[in-house]
Design a protein around this ligand. Sequence first.
Ligand SMILES: *Cc1c(COP(=O)(O)O)cnc(C)c1O
Length: 344
Amino acid sequence: MAQAELQIDLGALKANWRALDAMTSVETAATVKANGYGLGAGRVAYALAEAGARRFFVAVAEEGAAIRAAIGPDLPIHVYGGHMADDAATLRDGALIPMLNSVEQLTRHVEDLPGAPFGIQLDTGMNRLGMEPAEWASVAEIALAQGPTLIMSHLACSDEPDHAMNAQQLATFRELTDGAGVPRSLSATGGVLLGREYHFDLTRPGIGLYGGLPFAQAQPVVRLSIPVIQTRAVAAGESVGYGNSFVAERDMRVATIAAGYADGIQRALSGKATLWAGDTPCPLVGRVSMDLLTIDVSRVDGPVEALDLLGPHQGVDALADMIGTIGYEMLTGLGPRYRRVYSD
Ligand SMILES: *Cc1c(COP(=O)(O)O)cnc(C)c1O
């Protein structure tokens, strides 16, 4: 191994989709934005289609093309960002369904792509994307007459089951959409776990598929294995890495491995992260460099060829927790320099 390897277990990905699907009695789609949460949009979407997903969601129209190429012409792909200026050709060529977020987008869509399918996104309190209740009231009749294929909204606090915001958004979503006669979707991963009231006709999980919280029962999907370039003896009193921030308290053996902050291993992990040589924990010492990490491998007997940053001992959320971020950011930050190796 000369290049760090991101091993992606498509079998675990599929099992996670099936497990989330089994928690509801409605259709389970898949959110595959941001290059399939960093794991490779085409491979991920194809595997999820094999598992049974019949509908996909991306963030922006440009992301739809890779998904369309992977899954073929038939399954619907929705775009959360809706129909932005100059999106018409991309939407048409990919047969993508924009989730229209404003009257402005609705107008653009019917003018630029008359008769083309669309959905509606409503804002039920998150104040991020979607038509506000008053805006929706003013165009609902016209919009519904055009035959939207889906109406959706998004929960702000679904990873906190007891948060009052969940019930509040649910009530608002009902008020805005009851009787509309259009399939509805409110839930991502967190909403699936909130129970059947939140499921409506379709759920659209993302992070849980990829092994992240709040789906605590998820199977781990990624393993990140980083090869050792060289190993050296560091004597007590010597320093390691930029800024001399680490000084050895005792004689130690330090391995320099081939990945760094340019690969999404944030510099904030300096002095905090642990890597694993099989079952042996090995602390990261000194600063994270752009392309390199230095690891204390004193406790490992014999040669060390590679160390795992993500794997059975440490998932994306455990790593994210060390620096006050979330598994989503860790996963989507994993850069293009890894060799992505897929197993099923
Ligand atoms: C990202 C996203 C999802 C998927 O959310 P997860 O928490 O990853 O399951 C669903 N809906 C919208 C609008 C999103 O932006």
